[in-house]
Design a protein around this ligand. Structure first.
Ligand SMILES: Cc1cc2nc3c(=O)[nH]c(=O)nc-3n(C[C@H](O)[C@H](O)[C@H](O)COP(=O)(O)OP(=O)(O)OC[C@H]3O[C@@H](n4cnc5c(N)ncnc54)[C@H](O)[C@@H]3O)c2cc1C
Length: 410
């Protein structure tokens, strides 16, 4: 994204109030809510279909459908149980506010259709190429992959939501920590010829262990109506063959517990995820960055759909609230997003680094969680939803965890 370029003849170009780049949960939600508020909105997505196959475990936090007014029909399984596995493979079963699973094909496809129903124009096979500032407007360049034409839209505000592959490192939103925060993921969709153990369909599993080369991985099993999503992720790069071997070993362990007698077929998929501290700069006059492109992912568990959708909501609110002064939308957006998410996401990234330094610490934390339903309950809520006494309780638990971790290390 360039800051500015030589003057162009904008008068004969297409003019749009709000351009959204990417139609994942962040872009789709921004488009839906902006269009509903009467903002002229165009969405560009490189894929030929919204909700084309996405690599994701697609776990949704409790209340997701209600928060974003989405139909319950997208939910595959309700999961009132979280199973955490420490570095030695010991399982800690926790009761949680029931989350859900879905697939991204359904989630993104549904949000995209709702955005279109509100009046957003969604252009597929539209590959975003760059953004330039010219006076008080933004010039958005994209390639129409069907015709092969290069096109430019003149926009008042742009929301960049291209996910983990967003190329922002040459732009004003560059963040030197970005590259080191990228996680390589690989996942199987496992289709069984008979149901797995009943508990599998009410549980999401998260596993934290060292791979054979000593690097830490986070692995998961998320149940779906017709398959199990079993995958893992590792910080940085890893050769495809090596990662697949690790995934095979992990999948075999899950198979032995949950579907020992079933025949199955698998489909392999991989993608990059970002899993560290959020991007420091996410807003500038006329431009806002959201979702995973902004680094809004919980480093401890890879959750980012909620944060992405919420960033889309904030972008839509900012654009519609600042219609009289469109260039101010970015100020409102940046403040809302940082205020809501940055504290927690930074803490989660620090916690993950602390745990990975000494993997025995996972057991200390999980034991503490398993012994206090109050602790779990508070952790599942956002800071602004917690009472003062709950914040003190959390602080006490954090101190206890730190003390027990250091005791165990000495
Ligand atoms: C293996 C894996 C498992 C995960 N599991 C979970 C989970 O269980 N729960 C959870 O909450 N989160 C999970 N996440 C994280 C979640 O996928 C992301 O947080 C979420 O997708 C972010 O949404 P987004 O809208 O920011 O970006 P994305 O969902 O990545 O959407 C980006 C969109 O931009 C489009 N795009 C990209 N580049 C361009 C371009 N140049 N031009 C035009 N369009 C473009 C893409 O086609 C896509 O539609 C997981 C991620 C991975 C990789």
């Amino acid at each position: 994204m360039g800051a500015c370029r030589g003057a162009s003849n904008v008068s004969n170009m297409e003019h749009v109030e709000f351009v959204v780049v990417g139609c994942g949960p962040a872009g789709g939600m921004a488009a839906r809510e902006a269009a509903r508020a009467g903002v002229g909105t165009v969405v560009l997505d490189k894929d030929s279909t919204i909700g084309a196959k996405r690599v994701c475990a697609a776990g949704l936090r409790a209340g997701f459908c209600e928060t974003f007014a989405l139909p319950r029909s997208i939910v595959h399984c309700d999961t009132p149980r979280l199973a955490l596995f420490d570095a030695r493979g010991t399982e800690y079963g926790l009761s949680i506010r029931p989350g859900h699973t879905t697939t991204r094909e359904e989630l993104d496809g549904t949000i995209g259709a709702l955005a279109a129903a509100e009046g957003a124009e969604i252009r597929t096979s539209a590959l975003f190429r760059g953004l330039h500032r010219e006076g008080d407007r933004m010039l958005v360049d994209y390639a129409d992959l069907r015709s092969g034409d290069r096109k430019t839209i003149v926009a008042r505000n742009v929301f960049l939501a291209q996910g983990s592959t967003a190329k922002l490192e040459e732009s004003e939103f560059a963040y030197e920590g970005w590259q080191n925060g990228l996680v390589t993921t690989l996942q199987y969709r496992v289709y069984l010829d008979r149901p797995a153990a009943a508990i599998a369909y009410r549980t999401i599993e998260m596993h934290y262990f060292a791979m054979r080369d000593g690097r830490m991985t986070v692995a998961w099993m998320f149940p779906k109506r017709d398959h199990l999503a079993i995958g893992l992720g590792v910080m940085g790069k890893m050769a495809g063959g090596q990662l697949r071997e690790e995934l095979d070993l992990f999948t075999e362990r899950v198979r032995a517990r949950l579907y020992p007698a079933a025949q199955f077929t698998t489909k392999l998929e991989g993608h990059l995820l970002y899993g560290s501290t959020p991007r420091p700069k996410i807003a500038a006059p006329g431009a806002m960055v959201g979702g995973t492109a902004a680094g809004l992912v919980d480093a401890t568990n890879g959750e980012g759909i909620y944060e992405a959708a919420m960033s889309g909501r904030f972008a839509a609110e900012a654009v519609s609230a600042a219609r009289a002064h469109p260039r101010r939308a970015y100020v409102r957006y940046g403040a809302a997003l940082k205020n809501r998410f940055y504290g927690r996401l930074r803490h989660r990234a620090e916690l993950m680094r602390f745990l990975e330094c000494r993997p025995s610490r996972y057991a200390v934390l999980f034991d503490q969680l398993a012994n206090s339903s109050h602790f779990i309950d508070i952790l599942q809520r956002e800071d602004r939803e917690r009472t003062l006494s709950e914040k003190f309780f959390l602080y006490g638990q954090a101190l206890r965890f730190a003390a027990r971790s250091f005791q165990g290390s000495s």
